[in-house]
Every structure is written in structure tokens, then in C-alpha cells.
Design a protein around this ligand. Structure first.
Ligand code: SF4
Length: 1016
């Protein structure tokens, strides 16, 4: 299919070996490929160099630039000039065509493109007529923008690429001493053509082109073509690699061409990485392939998502960033846990929590407790915020974000490879260029968008072909390596047809009136012609493919016209239609390799197994070899990886259905075998160890009675509530991760609110007791109000609120709770006196040994909210509750063991007061669940302490059941499974256990539980 470019280049070199010959390519990499290929095909060439028009013009204009002191701007830099001018116009003009509110980066981008195009067409503002525009207002705006742009360049001593034309020396009719070789003049803008004349004079050779692709398919040899279609992009990429590896093609003899920004690049890249196939990428890879790119992404997400910690936590977990610049000793895991547990969660202000916690823990450290992670985190975020001014106090530009980003990367993402270094250098260079620009202030979110786009646009590791590596190019630059095996993926209509979309600023009708600007149809045609000319240069064996099904859209997709045309020409069937092409290509290839045995025929097992249904025609084994069809289009049966091998074996000889494979899996992997055994036991009628029935000889659980163990009353109640939940939380110690979750509608979570109220009530009563001495308490509403305000202030500083209105709403609710408490306490006057608050059971952190009526000794830990003295040696216990009193049934004294606290604490307090000598005659008469909040309506659920024998029996049953290893999923109320923290791991066990509970064979295992249930 070659058009003879290599021969032409070789002849030019041979004809005049000692003259400098400059090949003007669109990209350096492209020109290098032309020369390398010509040298390989025809022989060595002397005096050949590669330039782009931009580089050649810049070199020539450099002396004039130096003399005049004019600075040449990149395309990226001219964008910021246009942006500034548009903001200026929005402010200065009374009724601007583009108001400030509309000035998003997308709008600036399209106007920047329009200005660049007008400049490259050589149209100055003086020649631009507003009447040429459909909307004269737009015409005046574009003209005004162009006037200001020209002025900004002149007055600022700057030049864009188009202005270089003014600085180029005239060759005055003489030819250049160098010979300039160009592939085509077709796509040059008017300014570029004049530049070429200045650079080369008359010394320009345009390479000849012959027929274009796909007409050249007639020249493809009998074995020169393979075609296939696939049921997905990944399936297509896998099949292409299978064919490449299966045919034992050396990697550096193959090129793979994919449509850009289509998903194919990612598919090929990840497959090559997974299979260890070394490859070069003409368009490079996404910035996220570099660790620094991922770190940059995390930082921008962090700032963009209101400083939500999760973005940085993820990056720390994945190793994209590190905080080693602040501490060499601490591992990331320690810092992650500290940040998760810090209560920060989100919002810039909340990071102050770290500093406060750091200071507090520094004090603790003096007593020997390490507080390093929090102090390190406080330092990390202090430094990060120092590089990023608060947008509420200062206006932001993209430079603000970029400075913060570069400071962050310098500290948190040290480079580990060349790609990292390239990303850092690119971002540094962008910052330097922005430092010299005048930038208007924009909202924080806009500034972030600009920098996000900038980061997203960076490509890493762009490279030409290299020996020993597969070369992956794109539809925009592929086909020029001269490699003898070329795979063209993604030949579907959507990727190959030229989109004729009008420019949003310079419409076609306006272009026609202005003159010198190409219409959208001409631009599309140019792009297609350029590709068609490039593809002519593909030589050797060609494999063409397309994806015939779009999984995202769930619809079939059509092949490109060029694919159909190649099939028509190559098969000598000019009338071939789409149905005929499908017949020619056979069934679509699926994700896995086809089945190698003849029994499976040509039907890809994937097509069947994946459920992809494709209408006939199917094609028989024999038909693959008939004349005029691609004899090697049969899907490859080479297993690409372990999943291919597994799926092949599971589907071989099964008529296109996948077999289970569990038996094989169990034979190969012990974990799978154990899982199968568990499934069998769970499905049987007997409770087993897989459902929480532990063998107490193998796994002893000693909590309540053993000398080394202890239980809190809450844990014991949880066991009565659901033994499985107790097993997860107390035996296995699995708990929900302590992570602060952003809730824009809430200030304090339930625990924080509960703590605030507990402390508020305690401080108030302690103060009253101090004031009263031995006299009666005198309630003081003003005092309660003062303490409430102090507590609210303290919590406001400690837990920043998402908004002032939420803060006010929740503060008001807390004030109302305090008012309810005050009223309750007033009613209680004369019914005893608060004596102890937050009384700890036990001493020096050791649990308290509580001896029950039966003689059973139990080790208990806990705190009692409040104890009132009703009369000498007669006490009453209060347990503050901030929730609803609904679940505390007036008649349910023990609630089957779910309400033990009132009774167990009564015994414990009594023994504690007696043993400690505080009151050797102490007796707890009553216990109360007290609801001093608006929600709890100030209710009090009272329990007289007169059932000590029953308490001892019930506690005994529960402890015996725990120590007997019974932890089945039998919740007291199955509705609670709906909001249980363990429902994900527990699954539907409660449902299965419900039936097993009735099975007499299980009676012995759960007998103690059943006994406990008798205590209402
Ligand atoms: S999901 Fe239900 S059965 Fe499972 S632990 Fe939670 S409450 Fe118990």
C-alpha cells in the first residue's frame, strides 16, 4: 500500500547529499519515523533533518525576537490573555455579549480558539466586519476582543505564533540554501503558507501521493488481511493480543492503532501491563499512570470536595502520597488511622481539631503517652493550608491552586520514576509561565476547574517505536512505523466517520462571509484525507476489527465504511453489504479465547456464554477456508491469561454453556473447599460452628467469671439482644470504622450530643451541690443557661458546624433539652439529693468483682451517670438517656436480659460503696432510666430493686451460654437486622437460624439462651 514516500525521500537525499534537507512534519516524532523508515527500506540518507513549521519559524525569528525584546508565548499562555480580556470586557462594557457569570473555562476556550484561528488566517481586527456575523453583537464582541488582544501583544512586548510572521526576514525572491520537504500544503493556514515562503523561499518540495486508503486494499496479498468483530472493546483488544502472541510476531514488528479517547487505549494499556508486554505509546498515557499524577488528582479532589479527608486518605492508602516529609518514623497506616479517628472529616475549619488535639496530647505526652500521629497531621495540614489561602479572605486565580498543588506535590509526592519527574516539571513550568501573566480573580471552583483541566491534559511517556516493544499509536498518528504487522482496532462508524460540527463561535455562514477560514465540512474532509493518506503507508499484514456491541448503551454498533470497503475490494465482492460483512466476519469474539476443539466449531464460546445474541448468519467450519474470505479470521484459541484458561476448560464440549467448576476449584484451593463445606453445614437442619456455635474446648470464651476477663453490662445486654452481634463485636472485636462522614445537614452526631448533655447536667448539679453545702439544693435557671452557652461555645470550637443555620438550629434544640431537664429537676425537689456523678465501678482501671445473690462472681466495668441519696444509706441510680423511651417497656423488668443495667448496677454500686468504706450500710433502692430531653419528654422509667435472685439466675444463664460458645443469629427482634452494623457479614443467617431454633436436635446447644428468654 506504500505511496513511495520512502523512495522519494531517499532519492532527494541521493540527488543532493551535501545540502541540508529539512523535513517539515506535524510532530518531530512523525518526521523521525519517516526518515527511519526510508533509511530502513532504501538505504542511508545524508543531510536529512526534521523540523516542525513552528520550530523552523521560531529559529528564524529568534534574532528579531532578541533584538526587539519581544517574548514568544505558547498557545497555553495566549489562553490566559484571552481570559483576562474577556473578564475585562465583562466589567467595562455596559451590556457585554458575554457577562461575567457566563465566563466559564469552556466559554473562554472556544473564544480563544476563534481568536487563534482568525490570527492564523491573517485577519486583523481592522478587517473583521461585525456585519459578517449572524448576530452583529457577537461580531462586535469578537472584533473588540481581537482589538484588545492585538493591543495586549503590542503593549506587553509579546508575540503569539501568528505575530512571528512580522518578525521573519524576507528572502526577497531568493531560495533558501536548505531544501524543505513537506508532505502536503493542503492543511496549512494562510499565515503558515506565508511563513513557509519566508522560511524556504522557493526551495520547497511537496511529496507526491497516490491512491488513498481504503482504495489501496486491492494491493493486499492473499495472506495480508485478517478481520474480526468483537462483543466489546476489551474483548477486541484481547483478541488482537491473542492473535499477535499466537502468531509469534516479535513485538517490535507490530503496531496497534486505536481510536483516541475511546476506551481502547486504556484497555490495551491495562492488558499490556497485566501480561507484561512492553509497549510504547505514541500519544503517551494518561497522567494518572504516574504516581505524581494520581497525587495531583487527589489534591484537587480534596480541595474541590470541601477538603473532605477521604480523597487524601485514599491517596495515602494507595501509596500515591506520603507524609514522610513531616515524619520519617511514622508509617502511613498510623497517620491514616489517626486522621480517620480525628473527627475532622471535611471543611477547612475542622482541621483546627488536629491542632487542638495535638496540643492536648502534647500535654498528655509529658505523662508518657505518645501523641505523634496527631501532631504530625496538625503540622501537615498547617503547611498545606499555608500554601493555599482561604478563598473567603482572598480572591483566587488558577495560579493560587497551582502554587498550592506544586507545594503539595513537592512535599507529599517525591518522584520515583521518569514519568513522575516529567509531570512535576510540566506543572512547575506551567506555574512559571502563569507567574508572568495577569490573571483575573475567579471563584474557587472555577480556579480548580482550570487547573484540573491542565492536569488532565498532561500525557506521560509519549514515545516513538522502540526495539523490543509493541508500538501503540492512535488514529491521529498511526500507520507510519513501517512495521510489517498492523492491527487497527475500533473500526466502527462512530470512531471513523468525520464529525461535521460547526464551530460554536465562528459559524460556517460567518466563515464564508469573512473569508480565509475553512468551513466545518472542509475541516472534516481534511482530517479524513490526512488519515487516508497516512494509512496508505501501512505495509505488510493488516488486522482490522471493530466492536459490534456497545455495552454501556446496550445497542449494536455499525462498522466503519472503510472496513466494509476493504472487505469489498479484498474479497472482490463490490456489492457486499453489512449483512454480508457480518457473514464474512463470523460470530463476534468474546472476552475469552475460543474453544480449540473442532466440536466447538467457529462459534465463540464467549458469544454464547456472555449471553450476547447475534442474529444469523453463522458460518460453518468449512466456510472459513473458501476462496475470497479471510482464511485466518478464525478466532484465536490461544489462552491469554488464567481467566481464558479457566473459561476455556469450563466451556469446552458443553454446548456453549459454562459448567460450574466448583469441584475443580475446591480441589485446587483449600479455602474454596472449606467454603463449600460451610455452605453444606449451613444448609443442613443442625446449628453448626459456621453459624456461631463454637466448640468451647477448641475456642474458650471466658468473659464474665474468669479471673482475667470482664464484661460491661452493655455487652451482656447485647448478648441477650443477639448472640451473633455479641460474637462480632465482643469476641471478634469487629467494629465499624471510626470515620467522620460528611453530613451537610448535621452539626453534632448522636454520641457528641449525648456527651454534651451528660456534661451539662453534671456540671450544673455539681455547682448546685457546691453552693448548697449541707443545705438543700437551690435550682438556678440562669446558672443552667450560662453553663449551656459555655458548653455550646466549647463544642462549636471543637466541632465546626457545616453552616451557621444548622448550628443555630441544633443549639436551640439543646437549649430546649436543658429547659426540660430544669423542669424535671424542679419537680424532683425534696426527693433526694445528687451525691455521685460518673462513678467508676472498680479501681485503677481494674474491673469490679460483683457477687450476685447466687454466689456467682462477675467482673464488671463501667460508669454510673448519677447516684442520688434518697435517705441516709438509701440510694437511687440514674442512667441518662438522650434517645426515645419507647423501647423501655414499663412492664418489662429484665426484657429477657436486654435490660440488666439497672439491676446489675444497683448490686455493683451497693458493693462498691460498702467495700470502699464510703457507706458500709449502703442500699440501692431504685434505678431509673431518665430521659431529660425534649424528645424523651422528661420521662423516667423506674425499677425497684427487689428481684436480686432472679437477676442472679438470669445473669448465670447468659454467662453460661456465652462460655458454652453459643453465638447463633437469633436476635430478640429480627427487625433490628435492618439497621444492624453487621448485616453485611451476617447475611440472611437470622432467617436460617429461625427454623433451626425449633429443631429439637439443637436444643442442648441453645438451652441457656432459651432459659434466659423466660425473664421478662
Ligand atoms: S444482622 Fe441480625 S442476626 Fe445478624 S448480628 Fe445483626 S442483629 Fe444479629
Amino acid at each position: 500500500m506504500d505511496d513511495g514516500w520512502s523512495r522519494q525521500l531517499f532519492e532527494l537525499a541521493r540527488r543532493d547529499p551535501f545540502r541540508r534537507k529539512i523535513v517539515l512534519a506535524e510532530r518531530f516524532q512523525q518526521g523521525e519515523q519517516w526518515l527511519a523508515r526510508a533509511a530502513a527500506e532504501c538505504g542511508p540518507m545524508l543531510g536529512m533533518e526534521v523540523e516542525t513549521l513552528r520550530s523552523a519559524v521560531t529559529k528564524l525569528a529568534r534574532p528579531a525576537l532578541a533584538t526587539s525584546g519581544v517574548r514568544l508565548l505558547s498557545n497555553g499562555e495566549t489562553f490566559w490573555i484571552v481570559q483576562r480580556l474577556m473578564f475585562l470586557m465583562a466589567e467595562e462594557e455596559a451590556e457585554p455579549y458575554v457577562s461575567r457569570e457566563l465566563l466559564s473555562r469552556g466559554i473562554v476556550h472556544v473564544f480563544h480558539e476563534a481568536i487563534t484561528e482568525l490570527r492564523m488566517a491573517g485577519i486583523p481586527s481592522s478587517e473583521l466586519q461585525p456585519e459578517s456575523f449572524v448576530d452583529a453583537r457577537k461580531g462586535r464582541y469578537v472584533q473588540g476582543l481581537l482589538v484588545r488582544y492585538e493591543q495586549a501583544l503590542r503593549e506587553g512586548g509579546m508575540s503569539d505564533f501568528a505575530r512571528l510572521l512580522e518578525l521573519l526576514p524576507e528572502l526577497e525572491g531568493q531560495g533558501s540554501t536548505e531544501l524543505y520537504i513537506v508532505p502536503s500544503l493542503h492543511a496549512l493556514t494562510p499565515v503558515e503558507r506565508r511563513m513557509l515562503e519566508c522560511v524556504a523561499g522557493g526551495s520547497v518540495i511537496v511529496l507526491r501521493s497516490g491512491e488513498v486508503f481504503p482504495a489501496t486494499a486491492a494491493g493486499i496479498g492473499a495472506d495480508g488481511l485478517e478481520m474480526f468483530r468483537a462483543a466489546g472493546k476489551l474483548a477486541e483488544a484481547r483478541e488482537a493480543l491473542r492473535r499477535l502472541i499466537g502468531a509469534e510476531i516479535p513485538l517490535d514488528r507490530a503496531e496497534m492503532i486505536v481510536p483516541p479517547d475511546s476506551g481502547y487505549e486504556g484497555a490495551v494499556q491495562s492488558l499490556c501491563a497485566a501480561l507484561g508486554i512492553p509497549a510504547t505509546y505514541s500519544a503517551g498515557r494518561s497522567v494518572s499512570h504516574a504516581r505524581v499524577g494520581r497525587a495531583a488528582r487527589a489534591y484537587l479532589d480534596w480541595v474541590g470536595n470541601g477538603y473532605e479527608t477521604e480523597s487524601l486518605l485514599q491517596a495515602l492508602r494507595h501509596g500515591s502520597i506520603t507524609f514522610r516529609a513531616w515524619s520519617e518514623e511514622l508509617f502511613s497506616g498510623e497517620l491514616i488511622r489517626a486522621l480517620e479517628g480525628s473527627g475532622v472529616g471535611w471543611s477547612r475549619e475542622r482541621y483546627a481539631l488536629l491542632a487542638e488535639a495535638g496540643e492536648a496530647s502534647a500535654a498528655v505526652e509529658a505523662g508518657g503517652q505518645p501523641s505523634e500521629p496527631r501532631r504530625v497531621l496538625a503540622a501537615v495540614f498547617r503547611d498545606l493550608f499555608a500554601a493555599l489561602p482561604d478563598p473567603r479572605l482572598e480572591s483566587w486565580t488558577p495560579l493560587t491552586v497551582l502554587r498550592g498543588l506544586n507545594a503539595f506535590l513537592a512535599a507529599c509526592a517525591p518522584p520515583t520514576c521518569e514519568e513522575d519527574i516529567a509531570v512535576l516539571a510540566e506543572l512547575k513550568q506551567r506555574q512559571t509561565s502563569l507567574e508572568g501573566m495577569e490573571l483575573p480573580a475567579v471563584p474557587e471552583v472555577q480556579a480548580l476547574f482550570y487547573v484540573s483541566d491542565m492536569v488532565q491534559g498532561i500525557r506521560v511517556g509519549s514515545s516513538g517505536p522502540q526495539s523490543g516493544k509493541l508500538h501503540v499509536s492512535t488514529l491521529q498518528d498511526g500507520g507510519e512505523t513501517g512495521r510489517p504487522h498492523v492491527f487497527v482496532l475500533g473500526m466502527s462508524d462512530s470512531f471513523w466517520s468525520a464529525s461535521i460540527r460547526q464551530d460554536p463561535v465562528l459559524l460556517d455562514a460567518e466563515r464564508a462571509r469573512i473569508g480565509g477560514l475553512p468551513l466545518s465540512s472542509e475541516l472534516a474532509e481534511r482530517r479524513q484525507r490526512e488519515r487516508a493518506l497516512r494509512f496508505v503507508r501501512i505495509e505488510g499484514r493488516l488486522t482490522l476489527s471493530y466492536c459490534c456491541y456497545d455495552h454501556a448503551e446496550q445497542k449494536e454498533t455499525a462498522p466503519a465504511y472503510e472496513l466494509l470497503q476493504v472487505a469489498r475490494i479484498w474479497s472482490n465482492q463490490p456489492e457486499l453489504d453489512l449483512a454480508g460483512l457480518e457473514g464474512l466476519l463470523g460470530q463476534p469474539t468474546g472476552y475469552e479465547a475460543s474453544i480449540p476443539d473442532a466440536e466447538a466449531g467457529v462459534l465463540s464460546s464467549a458469544g454464547q456464554a456472555s449471553g450476547f445474541s447475534q442474529a444469523e448468519p453463522s458460518i460453518s467450519e468449512d466456510e472459513w477456508t473458501i476462496a475470497g474470505t479471510p482464511s485466518t479470521s478464525k478466532p484465536s484459541s490461544l489462552p491469554l491469561d488464567a481467566s481464558d484458561r479457566w473459561l476455556q476448560r469450563l466451556s469446552a464440549g458443553s454446548g456453549g454453556r459454562l459448567r460450574g467448576g466448583m469441584t475443580t476449584l475446591a480441589r485446587s484451593y483449600p479455602f474454596a473447599s472449606a467454603r463449600l463445606q460451610a455452605a453444606q453445614c449451613i444448609s443442613s437442619a443442625q446449628l453448626s460452628e459456621y453459624e456461631g456455635m463454637l466448640s468451647s474446648t477448641r475456642f474458650a470464651v471466658r468473659y464474665g467469671t474468669a479471673a482475667e476477663g470482664h464484661l460491661s453490662v452493655t455487652q451482656l445486654e447485647r448478648y441477650a439482644d443477639c448472640p451473633k452481634k455479641f460474637f462480632f463485636s465482643t469476641v471478634l472485636k469487629i467494629r465499624d470504622k471510626d470515620v467522620t462522614v460528611y453530613d451537610r445537614a448535621r452539626w453534632l452526631d448522636a454520641a457528641q450530643r449525648g456527651n454534651l448533655l451528660h456534661r451539662l447536667y453534671q456540671l450544673y448539679l455539681v455547682e448546685l451541690a457546691d453552693r448548697a453545702g449541707s443545705g438543700p439544693l437551690q435550682h438556678d435557671e440562669a446558672l443552667l443557661s450560662t453553663i449551656t452557652e459555655e458548653m455550646l461555645k466549647e463544642y462549636e470550637a471543637f466541632v465546626p458546624s457545616p453552616s451557621p443555620s444548622i448550628l443555630q438550629k441544633e443549639s436551640e434544640a439543646i437549649r430546649r433539652d436543658a429547659a426540660v431537664f430544669y423542669q424535671c429537676e424542679r419537680r424532683r425537689e425534696g426527693q433526694g439529693r445528687p451525691k455521685f456523678f460518673e462513678l467508676e465501678l472498680g479501681q485503677d482501671g481494674e474491673p469490679l468483682e460483683v457477687v450476685l445473690a447466687s454466689g456467682l462472681t462477675m467482673r464488671v466495668k463501667g460508669f454510673i451517670d448519677r447516684i442520688d441519696e434518697l435517705a441516709p444509706h438509701r440510694y437511687k441510680i440514674y442512667d441518662y438517656k438522650t434517645g426515645s423511651p419507647r423501647k423501655y417497656d414499663e412492664n418489662g423488668y429484665f426484657a429477657n436480659g436486654r435490660q440488666l443495667q439497672h439491676a446489675l448496677y444497683a448490686v455493683a454500686v451497693e458493693q462498691h460503696l460498702r467495700r470502699s468504706g464510703i457507706d458500709p450500710e449502703a442500699r440501692v433502692m431504685e434505678s431509673a432510666y431518665y430521659f431529660p430531653t425534649e424528645r424523651g419528654r422528661g420521662e423516667e422509667i423506674l425499677r425497684l430493686q427487689n428481684r436480686r435472685e432472679e437477676l442472679a439466675e438470669l445473669t448465670g444463664y447468659l454467662l453460661s451460654s456465652i462460655e458454652g460458645g453459643a453465638f447463633p443469629a437469633v436476635p430478640a427482634d429480627e427487625r433490628a437486622c435492618g439497621w444492624c452494623d453487621y448485616r453485611t457479614v451476617c447475611g440472611n443467617e437470622a432467617e436460617l437460624a429461625r427454623e433451626k431454633r425449633q429443631n429439637p436436635e439443637n436444643e442442648t446447644m441453645i438451652r441457656f439462651l432459651k432459659e434466659a428468654e423466660k425473664y421478662a
